[in-house]
Design a protein around this ligand. Structure first.
Ligand code: GDP
Length: 275
């Protein structure tokens, strides 16, 4: 799998070496595959739209990766058939990653500074971190979801910090897609946001506790451990806004891929505007 992803993002195939990419992250079961499938099917030619057969292979570059397109001005829907319209479209890759804890390392390595500077072809435009807003309602999923999110955001923060003295790497905005809002048990996006912020703050405290307890002076901690502290150093509460200091924009938007609810249009718009 890592080899495959490397192949995809670093241009093993000349046909998509220069395409910008969007990375789907998030725990297993949050709905990453459902989102990818919805966007892929929506982009099918209209004659195939109502077919129940699997999405045509011509849009699939590799398992878990689909090639999608938005109009030049970023305003087209994922339902628009850009081929039929003869529009000049901007193509991009949507790349799914395994959410299983043991396999996350590889997904996270794609956010490392080397992942982009090593290869001019890899143009990671944004990260979509998918969470199950219904699972977050009962508490158990919150620590594990936030743990993965912490690692992802910290990777991006380190990535931005690594540019000192040379050219700063392009900033990579993060969309937290609060999925499954069709379920009445699901938390609204605003609560998903505040619960995640509170949990990320808790994780930050726990991870720095060893050092604080060891009696090392604050200055030493600042020098040595600053690296693993997410957001504003030493702040009591964590907020996503603190990441703006590292040029990382984080938005939380609710939606769903099935049932009744806000749907996936706002996610698509967010992605499209950043291609
Ligand atoms: P992944 O592991 O992140 O790729 O998650 P999947 O896309 O496989 O989805 C996990 C489960 O959640 C599947 O049973 C999906 O049908 C279901 N699911 C995905 N999106 C939604 C949604 O918007 N609403 C509801 N109710 N279920 C969803």
């Amino acid at each position: 799998f890592p080899i495959l992803l490397h192949f995809i993002l670093h241009g093993g195939n000349p046909s998509f070496t220069n395409l910008p990419s969007v990375l789907l992250l998030g725990p297993s079961g949050s709905g990453k595959t459902a989102i990818l499938t919805l966007f892929e099917r929506g982009a099918q030619p209209s004659s195939e739209k109502n077919s129940t057969s699997p999405a045509p292979t011509h849009t699939s570059q590799a398992p878990g990766t689909v090639e999608l397109a938005v109009s030049e001005d970023g305003s087209s829907s994922f339902r628009d058939d850009l081929d039929a319209a003869g529009a000049t479209a901007k193509k991009f890759l949507l790349v799914d990653t395994p959410g299983h804890a043991k396999l996350r390392r590889h997904a996270l390595s794609l956010l490392a500074p080397t992942a982009s500077s090593e290869s001019a072809q890899s143009k990671l435009r944004s990260v979509v971190f998918v969470v199950d807003a219904a699972a977050l309602a009962d508490g158990d999923a919150l620590p594990t979801t936030a743990g993965y999110l912490y690692d992802a955001l910290l990777s991006l923060q380190k990535r931005m910090g690594s540019g000192r003295g040379s050219k700063a790497p392009a900033s990579i905005p993060v969309l937290i897609a609060a999925n499954k809002l069709d379920l009445f048990t699901a938390l609204p996006a605003a609560l998903v946001k505040s619960n995640l912020e509170a949990e990320l703050g808790r994780i930050r405290k726990t991870r720095s506790k060893g050092l604080l307890d060891s009696g090392v002076g604050t200055d030493d901690i600042a020098a040595e451990e600053n690296d693993d502290w997410l957001g504003e150093y030493g702040s009591e509460k964590f907020t996503f806004k603190q990441l703006l200091e590292f040029d990382i924009e984080v938005d939380v938007i609710g939606g769903n891929t099935q049932g009744d609810g806000p749907g996936a249009d706002k996610w698509w718009k967010w992605i499209a505007e950043r291609i």
